[in-house]
Structure formats: structure tokens, C-alpha cells
Design a protein around this ligand. Structure first.
Ligand SMILES: [Zn+2]
Ligand SMILES: [Zn+2]
Length: 315
């Protein structure tokens, strides 16, 4: 039963997000209504929100009592509890911040006029949403608006990833990776001893009595979906780190991939950008998004005014 639930949950997260994203793209008229947009958003993010919430339940009620004999009175147990809560807090905070925080939108012609400013002669406006265009601005078909320094539209947060919420998105991926490595550490022993070893060998392991396997039941197999999720999260981390190192957005990377004649040319272009290109996106979207270095280690909000100043200096 547990296996079915976990697999259904894992498949659901990947599929629901992509199916709804495709529906939104195929029927742009649907997303004009705020109620429909809100409903789709809720359906799209609920599986991953449930999963983040259930991680702590699995930890306290299923795997911690198996890993440590006296979880609430031994040093090892308390250390694992602190680590699990710390990682869970950072993953949850950054996920919801990436989902709820605005990615940053360029001003519309009307907003510029209302602020008593006038459009410069060489200003370009987006013909779909009437917002100011710059080289980093992209129009998101799903959200129906231009986004400042847009990276991509994320189906797992149902929000664009841009200047003002990129740091949360990247930190969410980083903490998810650490959290999944921690989950692998917690779930590997039950999987190995209850699923891989046979009963005879089990009796040779005094620290792992067979009654634990009976108590765990199907939960022992959770290591497998966790391993798949860890691989997916690692691929996301490598992709985003490559994008920061090459100073490209996901949209730019895909465009350059399509325009490259072959894989070698594409690889050379990436290498040239890693070695010789200024890391503007990394600096603006991540490095300068917090006042102090330790604010990356705890849940904390970015600094919008500093963002804007940095963008003005660097554009
Ligand atoms: Zn636009
Ligand atoms: Zn979008």
C-alpha cells in the first residue's frame, strides 16, 4: 500500500505539473479568468506541497525510530532531528517563496506615464502585454506577461523564475539535493536489510532485528522513489549551475542549442562562455540577493532595492 501511494505520488508530481502546463499553453483563453488560474495553480502545486509536508512525517514516525534506538535521548537521534528540521524548513520556505514571490515585471507604458516619466525614443514595448522590453526580458506565454531576467516558467511552482525569485528557486534546488541525500541515508539501511538481505542473514545482524522489517512493512521500499527523485534533483542542480556559469537563461540555452550546427559547436560555445564570460546573472540574481552570506543558510528574504540598484549598474 505504501509503495503504491509513494509511486503514485511521485508519478503524479511529475505528470500533473506538465499536463496542466500543457493545458495552460494550449488554451491561453482559460487563464484569463483569475479563478481558473488560481484553481490550476492549486492543483499543480499541491502534490509537491503534500510531499514536502509528508517528508517530516515519514522521518519522525517511520525511519527515525528504526535508525536510532533512543531517538529522543541519544546524541545521534537529536543530531538527526535537528538536521532534518533544518533542511525541511529551508526546502519549504524556499519552495513557497519561489511559488508566491513575483519574479519581477518590467513597467508598462501606462505605469511609466503615471510616475511622471516619459518613454525614451529607443524604448521597445512588448506588443502582447505592453511592458518595456530589454535584452533579458522574455514574454511568458503561460503567465501572459513579460518577466525581468526570465529564466523559465517552472511547472512545479507554477510561477515564472526571474530576477526577484531566482534566489529562492536556486536555494530550493540546493536544499532539496541535500535533503534527498539525507533521505537516502535514512532509507538505505531499511531497504538493504529488509528487501535485499534474506531472513537467515538478517539474524546475523544484531543491530537490525527482523521485527524491524515487519514493523516497517512496505515502507522499506521508499529508498527507490527517493533515489529517483535524488537523480532528478541532481540533474536540475547541474542544469541551473551550468546556466549560472554560462550566464544564460533556460530559454537562451534552448535557443542556442537549436541554432548550433552540431553538438561539438554547442559544447565549445558553452566552454567559451564558462571561461570568458562575465557572470552577470549569477551576481545579480543570486550573489547580491542577500545582505550577508549567512542569510543563504537560513530562511530569509532577498533585498529588492539592492537588486534594482545592481541591475541599473550592470545593464
Ligand atoms: Zn510581454
Ligand atoms: Zn510564466
Amino acid at each position: 500500500m505504501a509503495l503504491v501511494l509513494v509511486l503514485a505520488g511521485g508519478v503524479g508530481i511529475i505528470q500533473v505539473a506538465f499536463i496542466i502546463n500543457t493545458i495552460q499553453k494550449a488554451c491561453p483563453g482559460l487563464t484569463k479568468y483569475p479563478a481558473v488560474r488560481q484553481a490550476l495553480r492549486f492543483i499543480q502545486v499541491s502534490p509537491i506541497a503534500v510531499m514536502v509536508a509528508s517528508a517530516i512525517w515519514f522521518f519522525f514516525l517511520v525511519f527515525l525510530p528504526v535508525k536510532v534506538e533512543y531517538p529522543y535521548s541519544s546524541k545521534e537521534g537529536l543530531l538527526l532531528i535537528i538536521l532534518a528540521c533544518y533542511l525541511w524548513l529551508n526546502v519549504t520556505f524556499n519552495y513557497f517563496a519561489a511559488m508566491l514571490k513575483s519574479p519581477g515585471y518590467p513597467s508598462t507604458a501606462l505605469e511609466i506615464e503615471e510616475n511622471g516619466l516619459s518613454l525614451e525614443n529607443d524604448s521597445i514595448l512588448c506588443f502582447k502585454c505592453d511592458r518595456m522590453k530589454s535584452c533579458d526580458t522574455h514574454h511568458c506565454g503561460t503567465c501572459g506577461t513579460c518577466v525581468t531576467m526570465m529564466c523559465h516558467h517552472c511547472p512545479f511552482t507554477n510561477n515564472c523564475v526571474g530576477l526577484k525569485n531566482y534566489s529562492y528557486f536556486y536555494l530550493f534546488i540546493c536544499y532539496s539535493n541535500i535533503g534527498l541525500i539525507f533521505s537516502l541515508y535514512m532509507t538505505y539501511d531499511p531497504f538493504y536489510h529488509c528487501m535485499v538481505y534474506n531472513g537467515e542473514q538478517l539474524s546475523l545482524l544484531p543491530w537490525y532485528p527482523p521485527n524491524i522489517c515487519r514493523k516497517l512493512g512496505d515502507f522499506a521500499v521508499i529508498f527507490i522513489p527517493v533515489a529517483f527523485m535524488a537523480m532528478f534533483a541532481a540533474a536540475m542542480f547541474l542544469l541551473q549551475t551550468l546556466l549560472l556559469a554560462t550566464d544564460l537563461s533556460t530559454i537562451d540555452l534552448l535557443t542556442k542549442m537549436q541554432r548550433s550546427r552540431n553538438f561539438m559547436q554547442f559544447g565549445r560555445m558553452l566552454l567559451d562562455r564558462i571561461v570568458g564570460h562575465r557572470k552577470r546573472r549569477f551576481q545579480v540574481m543570486l550573489l547580491y540577493s542577500r545582505e550577508r552570506w549567512w542569510q543563504f543558510l537560513v530562511p530569509s528574504f532577498n533585498v529588492p532595492s539592492r537588486h534594482l540598484e545592481t541591475v541599473k549598474l550592470m545593464v
